[in-house]
Ligand binder design. Structure first.
Ligand SMILES: [Zn+2]
Ligand SMILES: [Zn+2]
Length: 106
């Protein structure tokens, strides 16, 4: 019983205004099943803890859905590839596509 999360009082400055929502929250998370507009969660013990950032799988899904890939030139909704070869699950989307998706969402 040493891994209990510590509860720190929230500073007043953090309560004012809403933090900017990550644009990837518009898609469902394929990893933790968070619905659109819901934050990703992670499991610690039996509790579900809200993640600060979306799961990597959700970011990849969002980038793929939203943006044309500047690297391999595929259309939104089409998975990235390297010269016709599917990308590995650990890195399914080219890094440039995240940047492109962020600019599309802005
Ligand atoms: Zn998630
Ligand atoms: Zn690509």
């Amino acid at each position: 019983m040493t891994d209990r999360p510590r509860q720190a009082p929230m500073p007043a400055s953090l309560r004012q205004g809403r933090p900017p929502r990550h644009p990837a929250l518009t898609v469902r998370c394929p990893h933790c099943q968070a619905a659109p507009d819901m934050r990703c969660t992670t499991r610690a013990g039996r509790a579900r803890i809200q993640r600060l950032d979306p799961c990597p799988a959700r970011l990849a899904d969002w980038a793929q859905t939203t943006a044309v890939c500047p690297h391999c030139q595929v259309a939104p909704g089409t998975p990235c590839h390297d010269s016709g070869i599917q990308r590995p699950d650990s890195s399914p989307v080219h890094a440039q596509r995240y940047t492109e998706a962020t600019e599309t969402a802005a």
